[in-house]
Design a binder for this molecule. Structure first.
Ligand code: NYM
Ligand code: MG
Length: 204
């Protein structure tokens, strides 16, 4: 009997290369699945999508809780997959929830964590570290809500405040291959280590 899979999260500001790195990582692993938050395919995700495209106005607290609900909807499926030995590679997680809402006026980071307390605890979090000005030069921000330089700078600062022991800061200004190489090394290092380890609860 082999053990459980690892829960791996990719975080960073918009345009830091998360989606590309998630794809490469999943392809390189033998028993892995990719996930993405917000998951825009569900009813809650559809509402989030409308909000991001500015087709729907929501109160800041309401959208914050909706992002969290969009994750809780996947809790059971995630735990089931992990128990089956499947490694999950997740493009954004609760850290994005806190970093983005926390960049809005009047929001405290600890308070922002509350709705996500108890979600499956990631084993490894990669923070794709890219300065906002570099990200903006790479490819212009799109038209979605939050895709503005000033806002992204606050998000970036918040991410750094959320760093904990399972975080690994990756210099994302390098080539796609160099970044992938570092990520893959770290992942291969922890897969065996988490096999027998119970899945923890985030921020609990
Ligand atoms: N976002 C993402 C949040 O504000 N809170 C969250 O909990 C999550 C998961 O959604 N600008 C923001 C960050 C992004 C936007 O994400 C859409 P993506 O990865 O661009 O589809
Ligand atoms: Mg985006």
């Amino acid at each position: 009997m082999t053990g459980r899979g690892a829960l791996i999260v990719m975080e960073g500001i918009d345009r830091s290369g998360k989606s590309t790195q998630c794809k490469m990582l999943v392809n390189a692993l033998s028993k892995a699945k990719s996930m993405k938050f917000p998951d825009r395919t569900t009813a809650t995700g559809n509402k989030i999508d409308q909000y991001l495209q500015r087709k729907l106005e929501l109160d800041d607290n309401e959208i914050h809780n909706l992002y969290s609900k969009n994750r809780w909807e996947k809790e059971k499926a995630m735990l089931d997959d992990l128990e089956k030995g499947i490694t999950l590679v997740v493009d954004r997680y609760a850290y994005s929830g806190v970093a983005y809402t926390g960049a809005k006026p009047g929001f405290d980071l600890d308070k922002c964590k509350e709705p996500d307390v108890g979600l499956p605890q990631p084993d490894l979090v990669f923070f794709l570290d890219l300065k906002v000005n570099t990200a903006a030069n790479r490819e212009a921000f799109g038209g979605e809500r939050y895709e503005q330089t000033d806002f992204q700078k606050k998000v970036y600062a918040n991410f750094l405040k959320l760093k904990s022991k399972e975080w690994q800061v990756i210099d994302a200004s390098r080539s796609i291959e160099e970044v992938n190489h570092d990520i893959l090394n770290s992942v291969n290092n922890i897969l065996g280590k988490v096999e027998k380890k119970p899945i923890g609860k985030l921020w609990a």
